[in-house]
Design a protein around this ligand. Sequence first.
Ligand SMILES: *[C@@H]1O[C@H](CO)[C@@H](O)[C@H](O)[C@H]1NC(C)=O
Length: 446
Amino acid sequence: MARWSGGLRCLLLLAAIAFIYTQVRLFKAQSEYAEKISAAVEGENHCTSQMQLLIHQISMQKEKIMALEVKAKQQEEEGEQLRSLVQNLEIKGVKNLFQQDQVPVAAVVIMACNRADYLERTIKSILKYHASASSKFPVFISQDGSNSDVRTKALSYKQLAYMQHLDYEPVHTERPGELIAYYKIARHYKWALDQLFYKHSFNRVIILEDDMEISPDFFDYFEAGADLLDKDKSIMAISSWNDNGQKQFVHDPYKLYRSDFFPGLGWMLSKTTWDELSPKFFLTMYTYWDDWLRLQENHRGRQFIRPEVCRTYNFGEHGSSLGQFFHQYLKPIRLNNLPIDWKSMNLTYLMEDKFVKHFADLVKGANPLYGTDLILKINNIKGDVRIKYRDQPHFEEIARQFGIFEEWKDGIPRTAYKGVVVFRYQTRQIFLIGPDSLEQLGIQNY
Ligand SMILES: *[C@@H]1O[C@H](CO)[C@@H](O)[C@H](O)[C@H]1NC(C)=O
């Protein structure tokens, strides 16, 4: 009994020791956890204060941004005020350029950008013939951008008005391979024409570029052209340009034609035409602006007056056009050098109803020529010549033999009237005649 109770006591002692040991371990673990928790709480407090600091900093930045925005807005408003001040001065300056009792025939605008030396050459050429026409043709220089040489040059001529297009809007290139320079040029054109037609209220505008010289009869030619534009609504513009105007292809400086192909390069349009083009100009433009005007949907069957001998000469070798193009097509252009009094000339033959017959008579008077070796055959006969082409590739093949432009745009060869392209071969007239041309000209049995 005593041995058993001694064993029991021993067992109880062991149990007590085990219990105490467990309690000690438990207490130690608990105090470790408590330490970790307090560290975590401390960490969280630190984070919270960091976050508060950041929030404070952000709100400070926000305030700064808002202050900057207010400042920017103020500056914009000040800029706007300055701009309108400059515009008012410009309008006053423009009014001083021509007499109040003289309604101008057309504003002339030189589209410039960053070629001060070219601009000077263009201005000098214009001023050579401008003195007697200055009240009828006020001249503007429209500068795209802020090139200071161009600006200084433009402002140095007191007899010319100056306007500046500052366009900081980024160019959207939705269509791949688009040339940003041409896009910006189109935007400048729209702006300048809107200014001249809507702000300055001109009835007509003649557009020149900063690399052009003009002929002595340039202003007389456009004054007579203005009369045609008014009388015949089927004429969309008057041009000073003939694409096939190289020395070897022209002869008669008195000859004018109608054409279905927009020549570009030195042309006059009226306000009514611009009213129609302005809202869609640039917006629907997926190509160069001049090619855009060559689309049927834009010219809608209207025609252009063009001379046989050019009234502008394009000397811009360095520019948007390629160098090779310049040497082949632009450099050999003949610029008319005769003073011609166009106002005394009877230009009635250029009206729509008259011209078809006038042109048909010219075509009828030419000798038909067929087959190959055309140039050889031409040399063996006398007088004017007409050659029929079957389609575009056939036209290109014939054009190549003579060296005239082969190119077509929207179904029309350059310079063509009802599919007929006319040019000179040693002073004789050569007519290249399309498959439907004779029918369109009302010529039967030929
Ligand atoms: C002008 O030419 C047209 C034909 O093109 C003719 O009918 C008209 O009589 C001419 N006018 C004058 C004044 O000569």
